[in-house]
Design a protein around this ligand. Structure first.
Ligand code: NDP
Length: 434
């Protein structure tokens, strides 16, 4: 904390990992002796840069850009770019740190990194988004490459933004390096099923966790926060598996539709028209809209899928979910539950799928996109979806096995942290003190 003051999100992410790793250090003291802990919490490189651009009124705007290249022990840095006004060094560091272990868990050869900007895409014209993306990439291009660092999307960054950034990178390099960014539109190197991957993957993970406990999604009531990329496809897969999704949200409020959310309406409002979720009730008068997104957790449900942002479930919300009989939580977002909330879930026997494991499907399919780009081939939707499913089942099993091996049977927070850590730590030791 002394070394990284005012970085509360980063401290929270590090604390969760360190608490989990105690049994590993007891069993294998050589990780301590080799300074793995001290090295793994220090990013290999942090880049912070100015992003100047001109808005539609001709006024100069300046944002701050970040790329934190955290760990390259098992592959090139890999992790998304977030465009949101709340972005700062602490948030990018927590995301980059988590990414190391998540990427390791996927079984794919990818290191950990994250980036973004405090730019707010809301309310910006398409031309403004393009000018911002071009300026952002003009600096970022100096630091990334298909074998060095491969960014993707995250909050506020989807196919449109990746497309503009890819165009600028190509222009600067005079080379079509398809593998420099993932989450590209399918027409120029994007992978089928990448858009769906994080949401589908989170549901596959929860499905496995439920199955192991004699449960499934069929006829279950599900609440999903957010209405962005992860949320929409988590809802879609949960519905395909027979669940009834009754609520979703954005940062202003949430919609409760007791008949089940109409996903076509949400997709059109959010993906095409880029409108607020409050508009949903104009088309579905039987549904209710409530201001304040955090109250979505007051709705009784069997399964909760937080898919919006960090720390969206605090201790109070967790207790309400438990009182209302929640059986399982699947974290689609990164670090959506506070440490206190996780404790409430674990101590009340709620099945808990932590973000690192449950939302790893997105980056796993990004690695599959890189593989397709390298081989200059493209797999069908069904092929990618089948690989994603297999990866999520393996992540569940490896996390569960690690939890058992290290004396915390069934605690997937501990299990996923340990399973993710071991591979990276061994690679770091093999590569010497660097
Ligand atoms: P999107 O930008 O597509 O959607 C984000 C959603 O969350 C929107 O509904 C947004 O509402 C809401 N939201 C964002 N910030 C806040 C906030 N501070 N408070 C309340 N609601 C908020 O992002 P994604 O769906 O891609 O990402 C969602 C989460 O999933 C993030 O934690 C991200 O890191 C994580 N994730 C994403 C992956 C991916 O492949 N995209 C992979 C792994 C994890 P509004 O429109 O009002 O801002």
């Amino acid at each position: 904390k002394k070394r990284n003051p005012n970085e509360s999100e980063f401290h929270q992410a590090v604390k969760e990992i360190l608490d989990s790793l105690a049994p590993v250090f007891d069993k294998h003291p050589h990780y301590m002796e080799q300074g793995v802990l001290e090295r793994i919490v220090e990013p290999e490189r942090q880049i912070i840069f100015r992003v100047p651009w001109v808005d539609d009124q001709g006024k100069v705007q300046v944002n701050r850009g970040f790329r934190i290249e955290f760990n390259s022990a098992i592959g090139p840095y890999k992790g998304g770019l977030r465009f949101h006004p709340s972005v700062n060094a602490s948030i990018i560091k927590f995301l980059g740190f988590e990414q190391i272990f998540k990427n390791s868990l996927t079984g794919q050869p990818i290191g950990g990194g994250k980036g973004g900007s405090d730019f707010d895409p809301k309310g910006k014209s398409d031309a403004e988004i393009m000018r911002f993306c071009q300026s952002f990439m003009t600096e970022l291009a100096k630091h990334i490459g298909p074998d060095t660092d491969v960014p993707a999307g995250d909050i506020g960054v989807g196919g449109r933004e990746i497309g503009y950034m890819f165009g600028q990178y190509k222009r600067l390099r005079n080379a079509f390096h398809a593998g420099v960014l993932t989450g590209k539109p399918v027409g120029f190197g994007g992978s089928l099923a990448r858009t769906e991957a994080t949401g589908y993957g989170a549901v596959y993970f929860v499905q496995e966790m439920l199955k192991d406990n004699g449960l499934d999604f069929k006829d279950k009531t599900v609440v999903v926060s957010g209405s962005g990329n992860v949320s929409i496809y988590a809802m879609e897969k949960a519905m395909q598996l027979g669940a009834k999704v009754v609520a979703c949200s954005d940062s202003n409020g949430y919609v409760y539709d007791k008949n089940g959310i109409n996903l076509d309406t949400v997709k059109r409002l959010k993906e095409v028209e880029r409108k607020r979720i409050s508009e949903y009730v104009n088309e579905h008068p039987e549904a209710d809209y409530f201001e304040g997104c955090e109250n979505i957790w007051l709705i009784p449900c069997d399964i909760a899928l937080p898919c919006a942002t960090q720390n969206e479930i605090d201790e109070t919300s967790a207790k309400i979910l438990v009182t209302n009989g929640v059986k399982a939580i699947g974290e689609g977002a990164n670090m959506p539950s506070t440490l206190e909330a996780i404790e409430v879930f674990l101590s009340n026997g709620v099945l808990f799928g932590p973000a690192k494991a449950a939302n790893a499907g997105g980056v796993a399919v990004s690695a599959l996109e890189m593989a397709q780009n390298s081989a200059r081939i493209s797999w069908t939707f069904e092929e990618v979806d089948a690989k994603l499913h297999e990866i999520m089942v393996n992540i569940y099993r490896n996390s569960k096995n690690a939890s058992e091996e290290y004396g915390h049977a069934g605690n997937l927070v501990v299990g996923s942290n340990i399973a993710g850590f071991l591979k990276v730590a061994d690679a770091m030791i093999s590569q010497g003190i660097i």
